[in-house]
Design a protein around this ligand. Structure first.
Ligand code: AHR
Length: 613
């Protein structure tokens, strides 16, 4: 029986409550939301991004061609270019199975080229069965300049290749092929089906660009033999301006990020989908399994100034220094930034908070109207979490970002999590959460949990499922909300739940009470959630034992592979009083099939910390 009192006034629910969190993980940007079809278009892939990369990754060569990094380059921040010999050609393989083209649709090719003596480029779109469009010829003469051509596909293919051949020697860079048909026809735009799926959610906000992506490598430098040196961390200023002038960078998730999808494009996308933009900047304390904090005051000062400049880029008048840059890029009107996140999942709460306070003080002094979002580390509970919350609470922080990835059972059992949160303390931004799976039961557990978020809408102000996108051929993390390859995209069951909530945001909670909760009888065939997460960087091993001392799960990280590890994947069943792992590949559940009644399991988790941490 559900008793509802329509006259009672529950918490007001903000229109922005449910949003999306975009991170370039699982190749969500290049080869994903960013519509560029050429992979490694500027020959910048390097071993700094991934041990297997070279500047010619994704390119094949016929004849003579080499990647060159010298003073003849197109731009200081676009280091490498291709030197193509006379009578030679290069072919790009695109992403997934290749370049996707659809019959009758237009594709815009462009290239920056230099050929002092003059050359003719022949540009071809083809697959193993033959040509996919009429070849184009481009006459090149003189120093670096941009050349363009348009193709109309004569066939549909998921396995296209783009080839560029030169009659005489030429230098090439930024070899690009874009579908004409991008989301809202924006230049340097987004893949339509993916952007439309995100738009269909009607998200209240867009958190970007990460995640671990923003915060790792903050204190590391790239340096080249040439003496060129720059920071490795994600810096918004690297990602704006003409694309050929943007630096590329290593991505935390093990590949290269072109920054073609950069801060301007993120703000524009937020505006296009009617979402509040919510950028996150690095706090100069690395999170995500790493424990480092900068003591370099000058570096910290520069990042704080960069953050103030970011706010001016978003909100300043077109006459201001950074507002002018935004206007020049095509958006004289401000982007109406109201919230900004500083840091992500720092494991060192004291170190983080000390630096966060400096960002916060500077932002509040210049832009008192901006909400500065702090965070609570990588977990839903525990010492780091408690310490972070204590500091945030005592410091009167406006909003704290929480992240957790737990079993569906955890979500069902913790529906009341926010009922006991301090009504006068910082508000909660649940910036990342997901139950561990894309099955219906996961979606259902998340839906149940979201009713708990909504009931506490006076405390939980913003919530976003994570991660948002996954390219099925380049998966670093699962589950994910929307999946895709080079030709199709599909929403998970979890996507449907998010869509349901985001499209039906109420104005106010109507208090209700349920009685007569159904009881369970008969043998239990369900699953008991059991998972623990640890990082090989911080722990030597992790063990889960039952009350009788028997080991249920253990991992000594001997494979050394994973940064973050879910210990104890697989299904377990009780056979002859022993726990037996029945399906290592399935979800990590402890199955008690056939048990006569509910049983209490007294589980003990022991993680041995690495010495000195
Ligand atoms: O959403 C995937 C990752 O999970 C994010 O990068 C990080 O913040 C969290 O650990």
């Amino acid at each position: 029986t559900i008793t509802v009192d329509p006259a009672a006034q529950g918490a007001a629910i903000d229109d922005t409550m449910y949003g999306v969190f975009f991170e370039d993980i699982n190749r969500a940007a290049d080869g994903g939301l960013y519509a560029e079809l050429v992979q490694n278009r500027s020959f910048e892939y390097s071993t700094a991004d991934n041990a297997s990369y070279t500047p010619l990754t994704s390119w094949s060569v016929t004849g003579a061609a080499e990647a060159v990094n010298d003073s003849g380059r197109l731009n200081e921040r676009n280091r490498t270019y291709l030197s193509l010999g006379a009578g030679s050609s290069v072919t790009n393989a695109g992403y997934n199975t290749g370049i996707r083209v659809e019959q009758g649709k237009k594709y815009d090719f462009s290239v920056w080229a230099r050929a002092e003596g003059g050359t003719t480029l022949t540009v071809t779109l083809k697959d193993a069965a033959g040509t996919l469009a009429t070849a184009r010829q481009v006459a090149v003469k003189g120093g670096w300049a941009r050349y363009r051509a348009t193709f109309t596909a004569t066939r549909t293919s998921n396995r296209g290749r783009l080839a560029v051949a030169a009659t005489n020697a030429a230098a090439l860079d930024m070899v690009s092929l874009f579908p004409r048909d991008t989301y809202k026809n924006q230049p340097n735009g987004l893949r339509k089906d993916l952007a439309e799926k995100i738009e269909a959610l009607r998200p209240g906000f867009l958190r970007f660009p990460g995640g671990c992506l923003v915060n790792t490598g903050s204190m590391e430098d790239y340096s080249e033999a040439s003496g060129w040196q720059r920071e490795r961390s994600y810096q918004w200023k690297d990602t704006i301006g003409p694309v050929e002038q943007r630096a590329t960078n290593a991505n935390f998730w093990g590949y290269n990020q072109s920054y073609g999808l950069g801060y301007y494009e993120y703000f524009r996308f937020a505006e296009d989908i009617g979402a509040m933009p919510l950028p996150v900047v690095p706090a100069l304390v690395t999170g995500c399994g790493q424990n480092k904090a900068t003591d370099d005051e000058a570096l910290l000062k520069r990042h704080i100034q960069d953050t103030l400049d970011l706010i001016e880029f978003a909100n300043g008048p077109a006459t201001s220094t950074w507002g002018k840059v935004r206007a020049r890029m095509g958006h004289p009107r401000p982007f109406h930034l109201t919230h900004i996140g500083v840091g992500n999942e720092e494991n060192l709460p004291h170190e983080f908070y000390a630096r966060f306070q400096k960002f916060r003080a500077a932002i509040e002094a210049k832009y008192p109207e901006i909400t500065v979002v702090s965070n609570s580390g990588p977990d839903d509970s525990g010492t780091t979490f408690e310490t972070a919350w204590k500091l945030n609470r005592e410091g009167g922080v406006d909003m704290v970002d929480e992240h957790y990835y737990n079993s569906p059972q955890w979500f069902l059992q913790n529906n009341d999590r926010y009922d006991s949160y301090d009504r006068n303390g910082p508000k909660v931004f649940l910036g990342e959460y997901a139950s561990q799976g894309n099955a219906w039961k996961n979606a259902l557990a998340e839906a149940a949990y979201m009713t708990g978020l909504e009931r506490n809408a006076d405390v939980v102000k913003l919530a976003s499922y994570a991660p948002l996108l996954a390219n099925e051929d380049y998966v670093q993390w699962r589950p994910d909300m929307i999946w895709f390859n080079n030709r199709a995209s599909w929403g998970s069951a979890n996507y449907e739940v998010q869509k349901l909530f985001m499209n039906n945001v109420g104005d106010r909670v109507v208090p209700s009470r349920a009685t007569g909760t159904p009881s369970v009888s008969g043998p239990i065939t369900g699953a008991i959630g059991l998972s623990t997460w640890a990082t090989s960087a911080a722990y030597d091993d992790v063990k889960v034992t039952a009350a009788d001392g028997s080991t249920l799960l253990s991992d000594d990280f001997s494979d050394g592979a994973a940064r973050w590890k879910q210990v104890g994947g697989g299904s377990w069943s009780v056979q002859d009083g022993q726990y037996v792992q029945t399906d290592a590949a399935a979800e990590n559940t402890l199955v008690t099939a056939g048990d006569p009644a509910w049983k209490d399991y007294d589980l003990h988790v022991k993680a041995t910390k690495k010495s000195g941490k």
